[in-house]
Design a protein around this ligand. Structure first.
Ligand code: NI
Length: 143
């Protein structure tokens, strides 16, 4: 049966500081630039979650987007929005709060709930600024 990709966007605002514990502020500044500001800074993030599945003939949907939105909000957005990623987000504990690490962690939060709907999780995309985004396609995409 034909598979269709379906994407939901959700947004959140969060603070973070990019830094490596063992480095001085100067060393962190060299690697992370302004993102290493010791007094934190924030981003307006866009999160795109893409699922893949067959169109259900009876309803014409792959899956109801309201259901996807609820899963994303309950498991990810509610934990990240208006929070400090370095210190307040359980699934980002002990991880450098880059968009890359966020994408992987968000995938891990969402995947079991998406699979339970009978569709596949295909991609987690995060835009940290309008010029930068990362995409994660899951462990099966790794070579
Ligand atoms: Ni930043």
């Amino acid at each position: 049966m034909s598979k269709v990709f379906l994407t939901r966007r959700e947004r959140f605002n969060a603070a973070h500081r990019m830094f490596h514990e063992g480095w001085t502020d100067d060393e962190n500044m060299q690697v992370y630039g302004k993102c290493s500001n010791p007094n934190w800074h924030g981003h307006n993030y866009n999160l795109f979650v893409t699922v893949k599945g067959s169109v259900k003939p009876d309803i014409g949907y792959v899956v109801n987007l309201k259901t996807i939105s609820k899963i994303i909000n309950e498991n990810v957005i509610d934990k990240l929005d208006h929070k400090n990623i370095n210190i307040e987000v359980d699934f980002m504990k002990d991880v450098i709060p880059s968009a890359e690490n966020l994408a992987i962690a968000i995938w891990e939060q969402l995947e079991p709930h998406i699979i339970a709907l009978g569709v596949e999780l295909h991609c987690v995309k995060i835009e940290e600024t309008e010029n930068n985004y990362v995409e994660y396609f899951g462990i099966n995409d790794e070579i």
